[in-house]
Design a protein around this ligand. Structure first.
Ligand code: SF4
Ligand code: SF4
Length: 110
């Protein structure tokens, strides 16, 4: 079984991997995204698969996960989660938008 220490190290390594790859993409994509203090991130709940990538890249602790019930009663999982933006803490940096694999996050006017 994976220990919490191993999990933490794996998470740190994953954060470095994501940051490196984001750094490559960032320049061009960022230019086309709204951001800064007049913008805030928004999660489209329907598109969020609860993968947790956005919380890894958010330096401002502006994203939290919350539990939701599965839409289909036929599928039983112990944990089904979605991301939520904490508007007051979001600095509009756009990293989560670039990290989200399902394009569930957009930047909107604050
Ligand atoms: S835009 Fe930046 S600060 Fe706001 S939730 Fe996304 S990663 Fe965090
Ligand atoms: S990265 Fe996207 S899909 Fe994954 S938890 Fe965050 S909002 Fe949801």
């Amino acid at each position: 079984m994976t220990s919490s220490d191993e999990l933490r190290k794996r998470r740190e390594q994953e954060a470095i991997r994501i940051r490196t790859s984001l750094n490559r993409l960032r320049g061009e994509q960022r230019a086309s995204l709204k951001g800064g203090e007049t913008a805030v991130a928004f999660v489209e709940e329907r598109l969020c698969i609860g993968c947790d990538q956005c919380t890894i890249v958010c330096d401002d602790d502006a994203i939290e996960m919350y539990k939701v019930d599965m839409v289909s009663p036929l599928i039983h999982v112990e944990s089904n989660q979605k991301a939520k933006i904490l508007r007051a803490d979001c600095t509009g940096c756009r990293l989560c938008v670039l990290a989200c694999p399902t394009d569930a996050i957009t930047m909107i006017d604050r």
